[in-house]
Design a protein around this ligand. Sequence first.
Ligand SMILES: Nc1nc2c(ncn2[C@@H]2O[C@H](COP(=O)(O)OP(=O)(O)OP(=O)(O)O)[C@@H](O)[C@H]2O)c(=O)[nH]1
Length: 217
Amino acid sequence: MSESYDYLFKFLIIGSAGVGKSCILHNFIENKFKDDSSHTIGVEFGSRIVNVGGKQIKLQIWDTAGQERFRSVTRSYYRGAAGALLVYDSTSRDSFNVLNNWLSDARTLASPNICILLVGNKRDMEEARQVTFLEASNFAQENELIFLETSAKSGENVEEAFLKCSKTILAKIETGELDPERIGSGIQYGDTSMRNLKNSQNNRRKFDCMNGGGCRT
Ligand SMILES: Nc1nc2c(ncn2[C@@H]2O[C@H](COP(=O)(O)OP(=O)(O)OP(=O)(O)O)[C@@H](O)[C@H]2O)c(=O)[nH]1
């Protein structure tokens, strides 16, 4: 069965080892918690079509390994990503303290216009919390990031995280701030968009003809 969608967005999930990146992806794709998750080796991949404001968007998601020894491999996947979920574990101050390193990697190696969403995962473990909502939201504000707390275990806000990032990218396409045709934008037109684009070009030609503007073929 062929898939029909308007746009394809390339997404990354980045952050330290063990913060729950693979579980977030698994929850988003399979709608369940992966309780036997082991360290990712290199990168893993998932994709899903979501509906954002009436547009079908195919998300192509690269889940990267957090362990330092895979850093050179994972960095090679950053190029041309339209969006990234930058994940820390709200029960681990260490994972929060290194966010600046992840952020500068994402901003230098991916598209300069990359939409980054800060995700504080493991929200279900309130008793073990080491990072408050307020300090993370201040960090997000200072660094112009959108921010959400999630639980890959209960599924809370997981879908919302991907949708929020997709909505922001779509809005930038619609206002012309992002150009999907720019190489390395991390965005591609799907069949449906191409069809609409061609129809609007054809309509434009018809309009030019009717108004004596000469017909270009
Ligand atoms: N309670 C709770 N545990 C979680 C949550 N998300 C992940 N975990 C657990 O945290 C551990 C690490 O999860 P992973 O998804 O493998 O972590 P990762 O960030 O992909 O790790 P790397 O692949 O090494 O980078 C696993 O034992 C998960 O079961 C969550 O939201 N709540």
